[in-house]
Write a protein that binds this ligand. Structure first.
Ligand SMILES: [Zn+2]
Length: 374
C-alpha cells in the first residue's frame, strides 16, 4: 500500500464531478488505472435503463488463482449534489470542503481504495483467487446502476461493498426493505370566497390522513416517513389536487406490508369520508438482507480487520446500498466502514488515517481470502 499514491488518487477523484447519471469522466479515469494494472475491463449499458449517460464497469484481474473463489469489491462512482466548484480543505489530517459543496468521500473513498487495491495486486504477489472490481453508477438516486447491472459481467460468489460511513473495522451485515408510496389526493376546486361549500379540499383530506397515520419509528425494526407534500394553486381556490410522497422501511417484510397497508388505508378512509378520491402507487426501493456472522464473507472481513489492528464490529444499517441488490441476486454481500462522516452534507469529511486503514483492510481481505473462501 502506497499512502502518497492513494491520497493523490483520492484527491483526483474528488475533483472529478460525477453527479448520478453523468459518470463518464470518472469512469475513464478509473479505467486508465485498471488498464495500467493489467485488469481487463467490461462495461454494461445500465445508463440506458434510467436515462443516465454511463454504465457500470467491472475490472477483472488476470492472473488470480482460478482454483480459488472469485471475490468482488464494489463502490459507487456517483455522488449527491452540490458538488460543482468543489474546494478541498486539507490540514494534513482531515479532508473536507470549504462548506459550499459536499465532499464526495461517499463513495470516492471506496473508489480510491479499490484503485489502490488494483495497484497493490499488480505489484505484489500472494496467493489469492480472481478479483473483480465493480464500479457502479447512479447508486444515490435509488441503486439504479445495480438494478440495471448486466450480471453476466460478474462471476464472483461473494462481495464487499466499500460504502459505509461507519468506522473502518465495522461490517454491516443487514439492511431493511423499503417501499415508496405516492398518494394523489383529488378533491374538487371551487372559489374559496364565493362558494367554498361546492369544493372539496384535497389539502384537508391529505392532512387528516397524515395526522391519523403512524409515522416515525414504528417499532424496533420499522420506520415510516412522509417526506414531500405538494398541493393547491392559490389562496382563493379550494385545492383540487395534493400529492403526498412517503416511504416505509423494515427488516421484516410482514411489518413493512402492514405499515404500507395502514398508510394506504388512512388516505382511502379520509378521502371517502370527505367526498374526495385518492390514487395510490407504491414501488419497491430495495429488499432486506441479513448475513449470518458465521458466513465466510463476514469471517473474512472480521479476520482481516483484526489483521490490520482494528476491532471488527458487526452492525445493522437502516439505509439501502448496492449490497441490497447483490444479496437479492444471491451474492452474499456485506458493507464495510470507510470512515467518512456526515455524508450528503456540506460538512462531510474523512480523516486520511481512515482512508489508509480502509485500503490496508481491502488488501488484507484479499490476502486472507484463501483461508476463508477456499
Ligand atoms: Zn454511498
Amino acid at each position: 500500500m502506497n499512502r502518497q499514491r492513494l491520497l493523490r488518487t483520492f484527491m483526483d477523484l474528488l475533483k472529478i464531478e460525477s453527479p448520478s447519471g453523468r459518470e463518464g469522466r470518472i469512469s475513464r479515469y478509473i479505467a486508465s488505472i485498471l488498464r495500467d494494472c493489467g485488469f481487463s475491463i467490461r462495461k454494461d449499458k445500465a445508463g440506458e435503463g434510467f436515462g443516465g449517460k454511463c454504465g457500470n464497469m467491472v475490472g477483472t484481474q488476470r492472473g488470480g488463482d482460478t482454483s480459488l473463489p472469485t471475490l468482488i469489491f464494489v463502490s459507487h462512482v456517483d455522488t449527491v449534489v452540490p458538488n460543482k466548484g468543489l474546494e478541498i480543505v486539507f490540514d494534513g489530517k482531515t479532508i473536507k470542503t470549504d462548506g459550499m459543496t459536499i465532499l464526495g468521500a461517499d463513495d470516492k473513498a471506496g473508489v480510491a481504495v479499490m484503485c489502490e487495491l488494483a495497484r497493490v495486486l499488480s505489484q505484489r504477489w500472494f496467493r489469492h483467487g480472481p478479483v473483480e472490481l465493480l464500479f457502479s453508477v447512479a447508486e444515490e438516486p435509488g441503486l439504479l446502476g445495480l438494478k440495471n447491472l448486466d450480471f453476466s459481467m460478474l462471476s464472483g460468489e461473494s462481495a464487499l461493498v466499500l460504502d459505509s460511513h461507519t468506522r473502518v473495522g465495522s461490517i454491516v451485515t443487514s439492511a431493511p426493505s423499503a417501499v415508496a408510496i405516492t398518494a394523489t389526493v383529488r378533491g374538487k376546486a371551487a372559489h374559496a370566497g364565493i362558494e367554498p361549500e361546492k369544493g372539496v379540499s384535497s389539502i384537508v383530506i391529505a392532512s387528516a390522513a397524515i395526522a391519523s397515520m403512524r409515522i416515525g419509528r414504528i417499532d424496533e425494526e420499522s420506520t415510516a416517513n412522509i417526506g414531500v407534500i405538494k398541493g393547491g394553486k392559490a389562496t382563493n381556490i379550494v385545492p383540487q389536487e395534493t400529492v403526498v410522497k412517503g416511504e416505509a422501511r423494515s427488516f421484516s417484510e410482514k411489518k413493512l406490508q402492514r405499515q404500507i397497508a395502514h398508510m394506504k388505508e388512512q388516505f382511502t378512509k379520509h378521502a371517502k369520508s370527505r367526498g374526495g378520491k385518492v390514487k395510490i402507487e407504491t414501488s419497491r426501493e430495495f429488499t432486506t438482507f441479513a448475513i449470518e456472522r458465521q458466513d465466510p464473507i463476514v469471517r473474512l472481513a472480521a479476520a482481516a480487520a483484526r489483521g490490520i489492528g482494528r476491532r471488527p464490529s458487526l452492525l445493522k444499517s437502516c439505509g439501502g446500498s448496492d449490497a441490497n441488490v447483490l444479496n437479492q441476486k444471491g451474492i452474499p454481500s456485506v458493507i464495510l466502514g470507510m470512515g467518512y462522516k456526515n455524508p450528503h452534507t456540506e460538512r462531510e469529511f474523512i480523516r486520511v488515517a481512515s482512508l489508509y486503514a480502509a485500503a490496508e483492510w481491502a488488501v488484507e481481505i484479499v490476502r486472507q481470502s484463501p483461508r476463508f473462501l477456499a
